[in-house]
Ligand binder design. Sequence first.
Ligand code: AR6
Length: 188
Amino acid sequence: MTASPTDWHSQAQNFGRIRFYQGDITKIDTPAIVNAANSSLLGGGGVDGAIHRAGGPEILEACRRLRAGHLGKGLAPGQAVMTTAGRLPAAHVIHTVGPVWNGGQKDEAEKLASCYRNSLRLAAENQLDSVAFPGISTGIYGYPKAEATAIAVREVRQFLAQHDFPNTAVFVVFDDQSRQLYEQELSK
Ligand code: AR6
């Protein structure tokens, strides 16, 4: 799907302060987009690979500096950290590490909820107006999409209800199954 930084606005669906869009998160011009990273912060496949490819080397350089500093051991699942967005239309990338799905008995749900909460907290602390999320952990990390969607929507709704910043959050999905799940969940 190709979308210029400007045309997603007209295609997005609105659910109060939550917006929903099917397409490529690297094209979204919110003040921050969230990256489903891994603990190394040094890149990977999926949305992580797409963000680093489209954003250019500045993002990786910023991540390397974090690893050389206070994140020497990497970023733990559930945590979030913010860098430049390089050449992306967004201003910042918030990197968070989702849990690897392991059957559901390894605290995966709480770790996934923490990804959303900690990413939103960073946006709030920096008074960012809007932040766009991919479906964290629902690709390579194997989290069942329906459960992950319910957690994402619940956490974002709760946070927005309790905070002025960010004013809006955008869910960005790639595939039709995820689109249907988000539409169902957001309509509840
Ligand atoms: N825009 C929006 N959504 C996307 C895009 C995109 N450009 N690309 C993929 N998705 P994944 P994870 C969707 O695998 O499961 C990396 O190697 C995709 O359809 O990117 O958290 C990291 O370095 C899926 O629904 O992230 C880690 O090692 C969702 O984004 C590992 O993958 C997340 O899929 C993280 O795995």
